[in-house]
Unconditional design. Structure first.
Length: 296
């Protein structure tokens, strides 16, 4: 059959990862020095779970992603992956896997079409292409189902038009990063972010009477004696009260309208709804004096 498909971009993978893991929570199964086992999953189902496992000099990522990769570079591999500032770097990271870059790639039909087209354009530029070559190439190669690499290579190898043939096609590379490898790269960055946040916000061991200053949500423990900043930059503080679902009620200190409220609670929001809005945890700012209120 004559079909085609569009190449998946790294932006598509990033958006897909965010969508598929929006409800995931982290569970720390083991955390002792460089030996860690972190599990990430949606409590409601088993789809798209993943594990990060580290030991001195290595990090393994595995899960519901159609593959498993082991990276080796530094004694603490979390430091290695933090070095790119929260962005994935598949070209460099793939070189640090046990199987090298080839183990992170798959045949890509879109790459095949791109490479063949580039060689055709080069032949035209240098005057090697007979008239009608482009139409023949589309009819005999590019308009066909090229999803199987062996069949695609056969069509290209057998292509001939008025004495013209492509040379050394066996050397041409039609591979690109496995979409699941890119997904795994995002899972490493996101997993480390969650882990770092988990370690940065300590639990309060001895809460004062009538005050519950700690709240756990989606695997993250929040110290409610601290102020928080959301991804948009707004500054939030716990009011010392809880909503009917058990979520802390917080007020935005950077909203001018709040200053005009006689009762700050009238302009409050729930911490859970804020996290759900931005699909990521709130960031701690600085210590504050906690407001006493009804604990739950």
């Amino acid at each position: 059959g004559r079909v085609g498909r569009c190449r998946v971009s790294t932006e598509d993978i990033a958006a897909r990862f965010a969508r598929e893991t929006a409800e995931h929570e982290m569970t720390v199964l083991h955390d002792k020095g460089l030996y860690r086992h972190l599990h990430f999953a949606n409590p409601g189902n088993s789809e798209f779970w993943w594990d990060l496992v580290t030991w001195p000099g290595s990090l393994a990522v595995r899960g519901d992603m159609g593959g498993e990769w082991i990276f080796s570079r530094l004694p603490d591999m979390l430091k290695f992956f933090r070095s790119d500032g929260g962005r994935i770097n598949p070209s460099y990271w793939s070189k640090k896997t046990e199987g090298g870059r080839l183990s992170c790639e798959v045949y890509d039909e879109a790459v095949f079409r791109q490479v063949v087209t580039e060689h055709f354009v080069e032949s035209v530029r240098f005057g090697d292409a007979p008239r009608g070559l482009g139409k023949a190439l589309r009819a005999d190669v590019l308009d066909w189902d090229l999803s199987d690499e062996d069949e695609a290579r056969r069509l290209l190898r057998d292509f001939e038009f008025r004495g013209f043939e492509f040379s050394d096609v066996w050397e041409w590379n039609f591979r690109d990063f496995d979409p699941w490898f890119l997904w795994a790269c995002h899972s490493i960055v996101d997993g480390i972010r969650r882990y770092d946040l988990h370690r940065a916000i300590p639990a309060v061991e001895a809460p004062p009477a009538n005050l519950t200053p700690a709240w756990r949500h989606k695997g993250v423990l929040y110290d409610l004696t601290r102020d928080f900043r959301d991804p948009s930059g707004d500054h939030w503080r716990w009011l010392g009260t809880w909503d009917e679902d058990g979520s802390p009620q917080v007020v935005c200190l950077t909203d001018p309208s709040v200053q005009d409220q006689a009762d700050p609670a009238a302009a409050s929001d729930s911490m859970a709804s804020l996290i759900g809005l931005y699909h990521e945890p709130l960031q701690r700012i600085r210590p504050t004096v906690a407001t006493r209120g009804g604990g739950r």
